[in-house]
Write a protein that binds this ligand. Structure first.
Ligand code: PRT
Ligand code: ZN
Length: 299
């Protein structure tokens, strides 16, 4: 596969980011042929191939220009960035986009039975984590002296094993903490997936494809929550109805043949449309309300 003519994108091989990453690529129009357990996916209809790797390897693969692009959690990226700074070098990958998946937060959690009265309670405590650099930055910013116990996994059982007093780990639903009798007490950082690129300039052909992908990604992200609403309404109710349509700019108003007092309204709503909104629209005089998903949008 030619590095001059094909883009190479690093994606997590098997984990929480794999499915949403592949879903994003599919929505961007990529058809990928991939055999089971293969390291590489071949873009059939675009000059873009996917390298499947561990998420922790993605920042370096991109920074070292083994891959042109990477999809990775901001948490992994920031941790690597801070580690490089601590070693006297600088991270060279460049962030292109923040993406709307892989949302989680890096939080400090304490055993249910222990008292916690704000950051001061961390002083002199042992905190187990797989994110020592991010935790260290946080503690320094709060001027707290605590001991960081760096683990490579299973952080949530560290307090029970007596290895630490608290933990600092990723949380999304909070059920893992709950199952381990821990409670979230402080947020260290918020995270989501990001798209990064190599620091090395791309040849024109590849750069143009990156631009094209970015436009498509922006389009996909924009329509994620968007809905297309169609409804009938009395002309007199239009001001009220326009106010009720969530996140819509300028709806299209079409006359309704044979009913001079009624119109058809078509609008793209940039937010999800809930039952409450539909009920309010009906109350305002709307009828024949249809809500459709929006698949693609090009501004
Ligand atoms: O094998 P590889 O190294 O590639 O995978 P991994 O095990 O390191 O990563 P993986 O698949 O667990 O997570 C990949 C990325 O998903 C992370 O770097 C985050 O950016 C993002 N992400 C989003 C999460 C979570 N949510 C999450 N909840 N990553 C991990 N978790 C873990 C957390 O560590 C804890 O063990 O899930 C548990 C908590 O989840 P809840 O829902 O119970 O709160
Ligand atoms: Zn990992």
């Amino acid at each position: 596969m030619d590095r001059e003519t094909r883009l190479r994108l690093a994606v997590q091989k098997s984990g929480r980011l794999t499915e949403p990453s592949l879903d994003l690529l599919t929505r961007c129009g990529l058809k990928l042929s991939r055999g089971k357990d293969q390291l590489m996916g071949f873009g059939e209809n675009m000059p873009l191939d996917v390298l499947f790797v561990r998420d922790d390897d993605i920042p370096d693969l991109v920074q070292e220009d083994v891959c042109d692009l990477g999809l990775v959690g901001l948490n992994v990226l920031e941790e690597r960035q801070l580690e490089l700074i601590a070693r006297g070098t600088a991270a060279r990958f460049e962030k292109l986009r923040d993406l709307d998946f892989g949302r989680c937060r890096l939080s400090i959690a304490a055993p249910n039975e222990t008292r916690f009265e704000g950051a001061e309670s961390l002083r002199g405590k042992r905190i187990a984590t797989t994110y020592p650099y991010m935790l260290d930055r946080f503690l320094k910013s709060m001027q707290i002296n605590a001991e960081i116990v760096t683990l490579s996994g299973a952080v949530e059982i560290a307090p029970r094993l007596g290895r630490a007093d608290l933990i600092c780990d990723l949380v999304s639903t909070g059920s893992t903490l709950q199952a381990n009798h821990l409670r979230e007490v402080l947020t260290v950082a918020e995270s989501h997936a990001v798209l990064i690129r190599t620091p090395v300039p791309l040849v024109e052909f590849k750069a143009a494809w990156v631009e094209r992908m970015l436009l498509r990604i922006d389009g996909v992200e924009r329509v994620k929550e968007s809905k297309y609403i169609m409804l009938h309404a009395p002309r007199a109710a239009l001001p009220a109805i326009r106010k009720l349509l969530p996140g819509s700019e300028s709806p299209t108003i079409i006359p309704l043949e044979g009913f001079p007092e009624r119109v058809v309204v078509h609008a793209v709503c940039r937010e999800n449309v809930f039952w409450e909104t539909l009920e309010n629209l009906k109350q305002a005089g709307a009828s024949a309300v249809l809500v459709l998903p929006v698949e693609k949008m090009l501004a």
